[in-house]
Ligand binder design. Structure first.
Ligand code: HH2
Length: 400
């Protein structure tokens, strides 16, 4: 046996770094200084000019890190290159300080990088809705209530408003923190429903629930008119699968109501979205498209603290892409916003496990646990009791 037992430490977060330093008796000042050296970060930057990339490489190497660039960058024989910065949080922060004095737009890049590092280190603590702050100190379960005849999993079960309201109350009792009511199926291939019909399905359920439900209601709609009328009837959150991309009226409704907003990523309407599953760089493309949604929402006057983002599992994505997004979910922390994930009973689980819709509860629980471990704040699910347990268990492990 070696006289020097060595072992690897699993350090992913600031908290874990601080705890390990304290465990070996480092003094508090040392803990403050060394924590940023224990957190290694790789940062991807798109389409930089070669002269920008060359300065980054030089600076990072001078700091003891590095930067990967495409072949041809040093000689400037290509126009642009993507860059992967690699270093500790401390080195990257120092890079930002140095870039602040550099030409070629690098001072701007320093601002972007500083914001990114802050987003990655500090998760948002709350999400504001029209009437309250939802505290994100444990997984938030959003229970699904589809009042449609044709939803892929619960279609036709809750068309009667009394039955629908009972299910909402049952989900709250099972541990749901939000009830998400939808009046239009958005499964692949689903045809759009007129706003009047969507309202005819949703409003009676909201009337039934008035004064009986303590948790907030979100409305799963991409139509401004439906959002406006359901918010007036007491909903607090707009869950828009199009990320404000389908209805130009939506952003204004969101901004003027002060509703919480979920901006989800998709491409094209549900009846054609599965024609758009090709990505050059899956995570890069999804995040860039989500950023565009986010920028347009903020430009319309929606406050950032009201916005949550969602990669849109199953929307314009094939099964392999859904798995990859869940594996790399941590990368969405770059946006610095609450992260919602909706995997419940979806077909990529059926494809992976060879199961029909009604058999996918355990598969869903695995996705929920991993999503929580990878940074999801809000889980949109049908099987509330089971997923409350799966999410709470995962959360207990990551905060142990
Ligand atoms: N998935 C569905 C519907 N709305 N909203 C968000 N934010 N994220 C999602 O992943 C999401 C969503 C599809 O699931 P479901 O509501 O169960 O089915 P249907 O669209 O057939 O009603």
């Amino acid at each position: 046996m070696s006289a020097f037992p060595a072992r690897l430490l699993a350090i992913a977060t600031r908290d874990e770094a601080e705890r390990e330093l304290a465990r070996i008796g480092v003094d508090p000042r040392g803990i403050g200084m060394m924590t940023p050296k224990m957190l290694t970060r790789c940062v991807h930057l798109s389409k930089l000019l070669c002269r920008q990339a060359n300065i980054l490489k030089q600076e990072m190497m001078g700091l003891g890190g590095d930067a990967a660039v495409a072949r041809g960058t040093v000689a400037c024989s290509i126009d642009t290159t993507d860059v992967i910065l690699m270093g500790t949080e401390k080195q990257l922060r120092r890079l930002c300080e140095k870039l602040a004095h550099q030409p070629f737009g690098l001072a701007d890049l320093a601002g972007t990088l500083t914001a990114l590092l802050a987003n990655v280190s500090h998760a948002p603590g709350t999400w504001k809705t029209a009437r309250r702050d939802i505290v994100l100190d444990r997984p938030i379960i959003m229970g699904i209530l589809n009042v449609t005849p044709d939803s892929f999993s619960d279609g036709g079960s809750f068309l009667d408003p009394h039955r629908a309201a009972e299910r909402a109350l049952e989900m709250e009792a099972e541990g749901a923190d939000i009830i998400d009511i939808g009046g239009e199926s958005t499964r692949p291939g689903a045809p759009p429903v007129p706003a009047a019909e969507e309202l005819r399905r949703i409003l009676p359920v909201m009337e039934q629930l008035a004064g009986r439900l303590s948790c907030p209601v979100s409305v799963d709609t991409w139509k401004g008119e439906v959002a406006r009328d359901t918010l007036a009837a007491g909903a607090e959150i707009i869950n828009d699968i199009s990320g404000f991309g389908f209805d130009p009226a939506m952003a204004q409704v969101a901004a003027s109501s002060g509703a919480g907003v979920v901006l989800m990523h998709t491409r094209g309407m549900p009846d054609e979205m599965q024609l758009h599953t090709g990505y050059e760089d899956l995570l890069g493309d999804v995040m860039a498209e989500l950023r565009r949604s986010l920028d347009s929402a903020v430009a319309a006057g929606v406050a950032r603290e009201r916005i949550a983002v969602d990669p849109g599992i199953g929307f314009a994505k094939d099964a392999a892409s859904n798995l990859e997004i869940l594996r790399r979910l941590r990368e969405f922390a770059s946006l610095g916003l609450p992260l919602l994930v909706g995997t419940s009973r979806k077909s990529f689980i059926g494809k992976t496990l060879g199961q029909a819709t009604g058999e996918r509860v355990i598969g869903t629980a695995a996705t929920v646990a991993l999503a929580v471990a990878n940074g999801a704040d809000i889980l949109r699910v049908h099987d509330v009791r089971a997923m409350r347990e799966a999410a709470d268990m995962a959360h207990a492990i990551i905060t142990s």
